[in-house]
Write a protein that binds this ligand. Structure first.
Ligand SMILES: [Zn+2]
Length: 98
């Protein structure tokens, strides 16, 4: 069973402060994340190996964007997003998405 069957996928946007490597201007950027929220229970066709994997699975999110555009109007270069975590586990009790 594909690991993706364990999760409900959605997307979210979070602001992150990034510094442009060209002009050194820091600014807030809205970055897109793919959210994989673990399902309450396994799909019916799961086997015992799937069940073991499912037990260990955790909700997490991964960064979808790999580039950002500088917001300094005199620069506006695109640069690679670095220096931030590109994957994060979602702790229990995180606000439910609307
Ligand atoms: Zn810049």
């Amino acid at each position: 069973m594909d690991e993706r069957a364990f999760y409900n996928e959605s997307q979210t946007v979070k602001a992150a402060e990034l510094t442009c490597p060209f002009c050194r201007t820091p600014s807030k950027h809205d970055l897109r994340w793919l959210v994989r929220r673990k399902k309450d229970r396994l799909p019916g066709n799961a086997n015992s190996e799937d069940r073991m994997k499912f037990q260990k699975a955790q909700s997490y999110m991964v960064l979808l964007d790999d580039k950002a555009a500088c917001k300094n109007l005199r620069c506006r270069k695109r640069f690679d997003i670095t220096g931030i975590k590109t994957m994060a586990f979602l702790a229990e009790g995180l606000p439910k998405e609307e």
